[in-house]
Ligand binder design. Structure first.
Ligand code: HXC
Length: 516
């Protein structure tokens, strides 16, 4: 017995060494934590239960026979975050660059099966050179088994990917299938093909950072949802994100005790509502003013900033916020904003998170490049997602709600439950200036003083349409509210809609056909 225990200790010790002291030093020199250090920094202390420490590859090709690949380059197991269960895996770059062979893939796949059966979120810490070349098609098959599970788990449990090193090839497809991608400045890189292959194939010259660094994926591609300055900061944000989410789709998100008065008046909101209709403002001021403690976890903040999305709480209840931001592109909807908003609405809907929509939108962004880029297709994603969602939805029209964007942004007609408007709301087919030009173009050209005639018509249009009154008369707006009472009104609405109210059902079908 004693010999067996000694053997166990020796085997475990060898496996815990990963790729050995030299490669661990090199990992540290790059400013990166080791795989197990990452797991410790992410989870509640002492909660990690590792699975598959002693797993090894069967492959003996291309020199693998003589290599000791500890745990086959990935650490997998179960643990807790804020006392709630999660499944986690961390690829170990010190073991053959964290590359994925068949045994490595099967460790991740088994963990995902457990997570799906136990209905708990999956967090993948990726630091990998992709498919392990020596294992050929077995690596590709292994990857596909992980991808298949990503899709099976999609919408059932939250899936979070954390990019913590150079992730190439297969190593980026799985994150691409998950709900949220985190990156860290300076150490995270993601690309399907690296700079060298690109140079050979197309002649383009690029580097890791320009091609697939955290900044480029946060600002330009939209692949990265959270961009952190350090690994520690990244893990803090993951913990914060999870605090808003249920463990699975059949559970409600956790409710926390709120110390913020639900009837607290939003002092700055009166001031904002008093701004000239053409003066931009940062909608995040409104968001923070209404949410508990002013706490807002913004998702994809550097991508399509004309539409702000993120999580917060109202009297302790998790909610998702979707808001037009007039300080960027006048808050209009474009291709990127529509895609960003659609994905967020669908996530909230999948995980029972009510949606609060704050509207201040002059319409879809006009332009040849938008039309040729497929705004008809991509813009409809946001509309589709709202129409399809069945979670409670409460909308506040702050200012402009023009054209198709009025319909899209959580209007009553597409299933929002309770719709408010500030007295400053302007709800119409288009703004007064454009409308008067179109309606009276002939009269304007024939008038003795065309500008005076136009101004008169603009004024008449503004008085009739640039207000919430017609919409309120028709019942498209349930209540016109004083801006300072927005928080109180939202909380009353959300708390009315939340507890077990029967939600609307869609006709039975296999699945919808989202305009992808
Ligand atoms: C086997 C690999 C490997 C790979 C890296 N290594 N990538 N071994 N298969 N794909 C090994 C290296 O040989 C080295 O081993 C160790 O990992 C660390 O790699 P380095 O190159 O020394 O590190 P670094 O300079 O930091 O560069 C990291 C890297 C680079 C950017 C990831 O290694 C690289 O470009 N690798 C190839 C990436 C790639 O093209 N992957 C795509 C594969 S195809 P030693 O023993 O020296 O420590 C794919 C398609 C899947 O993934 C499709 C699924 C649908």
């Amino acid at each position: 017995m004693q010999t067996r225990i000694k053997e166990l200790q020796e085997r475990a010790q060898r496996a815990l060494l990963g790729g050995g002291p030299e490669r661990q030093r090199s990992q540290k020199e790059r400013g990166k934590l080791l795989a197990r250090e990452r797991i410790d920094a992410l989870l509640d202390p002492g909660t990690f239960q590792e699975m598959g420490l002693l797993v090894k590859t069967d492959c003996a090709d291309f020199g693998l026979k003589d290599k000791e690949l500890a745990g086959d380059g990935v650490v997998t197991g179960l643990g807790k975050i804020q006392g709630r269960r999660v499944a986690v895996y961390a690829q170990d770059f010190t073991v053959l660059g964290g590359t994925l062979g068949l045994a490595h893939a099967h460790k991740i796949a088994r963990l995902m099966d457990t997570a799906l059966e136990s209905r708990i979120p999956v967090i993948g810490l990726a630091d990998s050179g992709g498919a392990r070349i020596q294992e050929g098609v077995m690596s590709l098959g292994g990857y596909a088994e992980v991808f298949y599970r990503n899709v099976q788990a999609s919408g059932v449990v939250p899936q979070i990917s954390v990019i913590l090193g150079p992730c190439a090839g297969g190593a980026v497809y799985s994150p691409g299938l998950t709900d949220f991608i985190f990156m860290v400045e300076g150490i995270s890189h993601m690309f399907i093909t690296g700079p060298e292959v690109i140079r050979q194939a197309t002649g383009e010259v690029t580097d890791f950072e320009t091609l697939g660094g955290a900044a480029v994926h946060a600002e330009r591609s939209g692949v990265c949802h959270f961009n952190s300055s350090s690994e520690e900061d990244c893990f803090r944000t993951i913990r914060e994100l999870l605090s808003y989410l249920p463990l699975h789709c059949a559970e409600m998100p956790p409710t926390v005790a709120s110390h913020d008065d639900p009837r607290r008046a939003g002092g700055r909101l009166e001031e904002i509502s008093g701004l000239h209709p053409r003066k931009p403002f940062d909608v995040k001021i409104v968001i923070r003013e209404v949410l508990d403690g002013g706490n807002f976890l913004e998702v994809a903040k550097s991508y399509a900033p004309n539409l702000v999305v993120g999580f917060g709480r109202l009297n302790g209840h998790s909610i998702g916020v979707v808001a037009n931001n007039s300080s960027q592109q006048a808050g209009s909807l474009d291709i990127h904003a529509s895609q960003k908003g659609a994905r967020f609405v669908r996530f909230c809907d999948a995980f029972n998170i009510p949606i609060v929509t704050l509207v201040d939108v002059p319409g879809y962004w006009p332009g040849v490049s938008e039309e040729h880029g497929g705004i008809i297709l991509h813009g409809s994603k946001l509309l589709f997602s709202y129409c399809e969602s069945t979670v409670p939805k409460v909308t506040v029209i702050l200012r402009k709600a023009y054209g198709g964007a009025y319909d899209v942004m959580g209007s009553k007609h597409i299933g929002a439950d309770i719709n408010f408007a500030w007295p400053t709301a302007e709800i119409a087919v288009m703004g007064p200036e454009g409308a008067a030009q179109i309606l009276y173009s002939r009269e304007i050209s024939q008038a003795p003083d065309p500008q005076a005639y136009l101004n008169e018509k603009i004024l008449a249009y503004r008085e009739h349409f640039a207000s919430p009154w017609v919409a309120a008369q028709k019942g498209y707006v349930d209540e016109v509210i004083e801006p300072s009472r927005t928080r109180e009104k939202l909380i009353t609405a959300i708390e009315f809609l939340l507890p077990g109210n029967p939600r609307r059902q869609h006709p039975s079908k296999k699945h919808t056909n989202v305009p992808l």
